[in-house]
Write a protein that binds this ligand. Sequence first.
Ligand code: DC
Length: 225
Amino acid sequence: MAPDLPTVIAIDGPSASGKGTIAVAVARHLGFHYLDSGALYRIVGLVGSERGANLDDDREISHITLNLKVKFEGDRVFVDGREVSDPIRGEAAGAAASRVAALPGVRSALMALQRSFRQPPGLVADGRDMGSVVFPDARLKIYLTATADERARRRHKQLIDKGSGASMATLLQDIRDRDFRDSTRAVAPLLKCIDAIEIDTTGTPVDVVVAQVLQLYQKAQQKTQ
Ligand code: DC
C-alpha cells in the first residue's frame, strides 16, 4: 500500500451475506469511514428504471451515472437532493442494480466516487469488487459468505421488519439469480481474491464475526509495522 494513502478494509461477498451489517460495525469500532458500494449500483438501477432507460444499454446508463449527485448522511442516501434510502433497498432496485452492475461503463463511472471515500483515518468498504478492483491494495480483504437459504431468511426478516413481505421461495430464487449474474458477468465478477480471508457467517452471530474481523485487522496491522 502507498504509505500516504489511508488504510482500507475490503469486505466482499454475495447478496445478503451480512457484509453491510459487519462493515458498519467494524467501521464504527475503528472510527473509520464506511462505503456501501452496493447502494451506488442500487441508485443507478433505481434512477435508470424511473427514467424508463434501457438497463442493459451501457452508453445510456453510464451517462445517467456520470451526472448523478450522490450524498450519504449517516445511513441516509440522497440523489440529486432527493432521499432514496428506502426505495434503493427494495427488491426491484436490487434487481435493476444487478443489471446495471454488469455494464463496464457504469463500473468505471463509479470508480472515482468510490475511491473518494478513502479518507483518514481509514475506510471499511463493502461490495463485490472492493478487494479485487477498487482497492486492490487494501490492508485486509475479507470474503463473507453464507448459504443461499440463510441469506434468503435474512432478507425475509429485513423485509418483515420494514413492514413489507415476500415469499421465501421468491427471495431464494432472487438470491440465486443475482448470485449467478454477479459471478458470471464479464467485468469485475464476484469472486474471492486469493489474498482474501473467507468467513462463512451461516449461523454465526454478528458480534462474533465483527470480533473476528477486528482481530484479523489487528494481525494485518502488526505484520506491516
Ligand atoms: O450489495 P447489494 O445487494 O446492495 O448490491 C446490489 C447489486 O450491485 C448487486 O447485484 C451487485 C452489485 N454490486 C456490484 O456489482 N459491485 C459492488 N461493488 C457492489 C454491488
